[in-house]
Ligand binder design. Structure first.
Ligand code: FAD
Ligand code: NAP
Length: 315
């Protein structure tokens, strides 16, 4: 076996980038971060950062993450822009397999592939995805300048993005299936006080419809079964996320390490999984607070654990 990395980091969001910083600064020489897109993770889609220590101004997720890769690369972190298909372990050596079937070997792996936006499951959602249905207000909000849009969901993401869209659009219908919200109380208060946001509660999207040009309207159904038809060109869905754990699935369908019922990786306080040398960090681990600061903290802890593991393995 030729070159074996000290550590392979899979995923380049806040957890992966921080793991990259700590592994390289901590003395591991051969560390590569595999990230299928631009580093930064899902927070780069956020139009505002609500709660990152020290950030008091009005900055976007992209602004926050911009300097992180450069800081890591200064200490020797390599970034390979590829998608990882599978992580395997044979004896003490991990195989990190890319989608083009290239295999990279490593003594340790920190997996931090985060999560992806979930589909809400209403009629027309898939058909009009990218043609009026979106999961990213920062990316697509501008297309609806001065127009009306609907936002689906009642969590932090839906409410924060509704506030962002209200600055651009003429009106935002916030469609939520209950009459209480999961989002932080302060965010709920700001939404309730925003004159451009109409709350459409106890309601779910029944159908999004349109024509060859894209979405032209949404039908929402309330608890009594009444349908309200609203003409608008844009629908933003923020109904939670699914864990990106696909790289851990082995040929026989089992997971490389222990996961819970929701597919989240089970780790201890050192971010160790059930497999020696495999660490998990960020949104994909059990009981993750799903915050940038905690993902970064996990990345640091996982890196320190990986350094100890590799030291012990090789010395
Ligand atoms: P992610 O950020 O999801 O990063 C995972 C990375 O792995 C991605 O870059 C992905 O491309 C990559 N990846 C996935 N699979 C593969 C693969 N097979 N091969 C290679 N690369 C792969 N938190 C806050 O603290 N404050 C906020 O204000 C806030 N606002 C938010 C607003 C929005 C719209 C969203 C969606 C989230 C927000 N969050 C916020 C939550 C925060 O973004 C996450 O908790 C954080 O990004 C998790 O970091 P992570 O590194 O674990 O995963
Ligand atoms: P979330 O908290 O899971 O909320 C998802 C929302 O979508 C819920 O209100 C849910 O309704 C609704 N929903 C789910 N499936 C639905 C469906 N099929 N149809 C209609 N509605 C549906 O997801 P999130 O808002 O993306 O947040 C994810 C995590 O990131 C959370 O832990 C959150 O705190 C964190 N986050 C934090 C910040 C911040 O700190 N500023 C910002 C964004 C996100 P119910 O409420 O009825 O279940």
């Amino acid at each position: 076996m030729s070159n074996i990395l000290d550590c392979a980091i899979v995923g380049g969001g806040p957890a992966g980038l921080t793991a990259g910083l700590y592994t390289t600064r901590g003395g591991l020489e051969q560390v590569t971060m595999f990230e299928k897109g631009m580093p930064g993770g899902q927070i780069t889609q956020s139009s505002e950062i609500e709660n990152y220590p020290g950030v008091t101004g009005d900055i976007t997720g992209m602004d926050l993450m911009m300097p992180w890769p450069e800081q890591c690369q200064k200490f020797g972190l390599k970034h390979d822009m590829v998608e990882i298909k599978q992580i395997r372990k044979d004896g003490d050596i991990f195989s990190v397999i890319q989608t083009n079937d290239t295999i990279v070997h490593a003594h340790s792996v920190i997996v931090c592939t985060g999560s992806s936006p979930r589909r809400a499951g209403f009629n027309g959602e898939d058909e009009f995805f990218g043609k009026g249905v979106s999961t990213c207000a920062t990316c697509d909000g501008f297309f609806y300048k001065g127009k009306e849009v609907a936002v689906i969901g009642g969590g932090d993401t839906a409410l924060e993005e509704a506030l962002y869209l209200a600055k651009i659009c003429s009106k935002v219908y916030l469609v939520h299936r209950r009459d209480t919200f999961r989002a932080a109380p302060n965010t709920v208060k700001r939404v309730e006080e925003n004159e451009k946001i109409e709350l459409v509660l106890n309601s779910v999207p029944d159908e999004v419809y349109g024509d060859a040009m894209g979405v032209t309207g949404i039908k929402v159904k309330d608890k009594e079964g009444n349908i309200r038809d609203i003409s608008l060109p844009g629908v933003f869905t923020f109904v939670g996320n699914d864990v990106n754990n696909q790289t851990l699935i082995q040929e026989d369908g089992s997971f490389l390490c222990d996961v819970n019922g929701q597919g989240q990786l089970i780790v201890d306080l050192s971010m160790k999984t059930s497999v020696p040398g495999l660490f998990a960090a960020g949104d994909m681990r059990i009981e993750a607070p799903k915050q940038v600061v905690s993902a970064a903290g996990d990345g640091a802890v996982a890196a320190l654990s990986a350094i100890s593991y590799v030291d012990e393995l090789l010395n």
